[in-house]
Design a binder for this molecule. Sequence first.
Ligand code: WT7
Length: 604
Amino acid sequence: MTSTGNHGIPSMSKGNLGKSWQLRTENNIEIVEKFGACNCDYHKACGNNGFVWDEVKRDFDWHHTGRVNIAHEAIDRHAVSWRKNKVALYWEGPNKEHAKYTFAEMKLLSDKFANVLKKTGAKKGDRIFVYLPRIPELYISAMAIAKIGAIFAPLFGGFRAEAVRDRMNDCSAEMIVTTPDMKRLGIDPIRHEVPSLRTIMICQAPEGFKYGEGELSYDAEMMYAPEEHETEWCHLEDPVIMHYTSGTTGKSKGVIHVHNAMIGHYITTKWVQDLRDDDVYWCTADPGWVTGTSYGIFGPWLNGASQVVYAGRFSADSWYSVVDKYKVTVWYTAPTALRMLMKAGDDVVGRYSLKSLRYITSVGEPLNPEVIRWGMKVYDLPIHENYWMTETGCNVVANFYSLPLKVGSMGKPFPGVQAAVVDDKGNILPPGVPGNLVLKPGWPSMMRGIWNNPEKYKEYFRIPGWYVTGDSAYLDTDGYFWFMGRVDDVIKTSGERVGPFEVESALLEHPAVAEAGVIGKPDPLYGNIIKAFIALKPGHEGSEELKREISDFVKAKLAAHAFPKEIEFRPSLPKTRSGKIMRRVLKAQELGLPLGDLATLDDE
Ligand code: WT7
């Protein structure tokens, strides 16, 4: 690849690594030249030369013992190795409280909690929800649930009662781990509507807290729990993690991941995040979303890495102070956060020492080239973007540490992952032609099913021979993939995935709402915001006050993060003859795009 023309930014010294990079343009594509030697054999493997998944299996204990459990590989094996006193988790709370846990301590605490879980009657295969803020109990729960062979189902703390109810009922969940506040907001209002729910485990309850039926104190149970626990050995294909995520139609669906996913978690964290034993790693994602589990729990610990969890609110000051205080070296974050940091300005960067940072990565939405350019200026590092989704379980396309980075591209497929751009019939399209981004099934952390919904699972394979991501993209002649957009109505707001149907359903429960259509409206900071078009029932007048009331209604019932930021009242909404609201028409109107033959598209 030849690059021409300096883009006006001089090459800068890469400080600690002593490398240098330049921003260049070639056919209007900016390229950051090779960044450095990475942790992988990418020079061999990243080119897909000779990479086989089977070789990765050798790095796990189960390869020699035949005894499988992701929690054993993530925590327990390190607790008996030289890493036993290495810090697994540096935790910092909202008020700068802090704690740290070694691998040995994490093993002890998760063994104890596994015993607590068993005492309540929890067993292999049970669905156990974890509805917690990012407190240490969340991470202990994840490991303990896996250790008893149950299924860890994390729920983002922003969700409220109806969302919690629908998800728990979908898989007849037996237990939920929570805090008093979240219980009050998200569980109490619907407790009687979830018949399968036997146990509510309450963390950090204040003294004098009144426990209802089936409610237990985490702290009290842990105090007397036995320390010895025998891990439940599983099959590689046994489910262990379930993330509820959204599509275009229907309510949220449970994406099932199995123990075998650890192969993908481990090797992608090692190669895409370039983790090494002396790194201090910080993934800013909440474990309610898949980035926060694959790369904020399992991936780093499968590599025996020390990771930072910051549970406080976002601000440029608080985030930079975390990097400074813990000397973070590898930082995995998201475009909305980076855009907010850019907005906060350059001065605040100067108040902290960010010298420890050696590598920054981003995921979840397209990363604007201007953010990358800004990052090079203020962090002295290019931000490496990668791509994947809840269903893929791990990174599938990435800009690797060792490869020239094309600014604005998602990068190249992970070794062992075959990605392509195809038309609706499955014909492979030539470079430069946009189409469906698809993957050849078979990488180890691909989802194994949708809970209770084989039909939905099948839809992912509607183009024969491929897993269909639902994204459109094109490929360039160097083998880099470029994101175009979703082909469906899924909304990405602040990088979080929201299904329009769920928001519409919540809106329809408001007494004034007759019809609702929800779209993602492009936004420079959040990627998209949620916009609702609403037709009111007779006798109701649209007003600013009603907008606020409706927004608050959705916030309280469904989610504190997935409510319409913008509402527009319409006398009626565009519908197909069968009565389905045409979101794409609403979107085209909103964006001032030609309707074309959109009007008939949905009318099948
Ligand atoms: C959707 C998946 C991000 C992994 C965890 C979130 C979008 C993801 C990129 C990127 C543009 C991206 C896609 C994808 N997405 N990465 N680098 N550039 N879009 O997973 O919540 O299941 O969302 O996020 O639309 O399908 P998720």
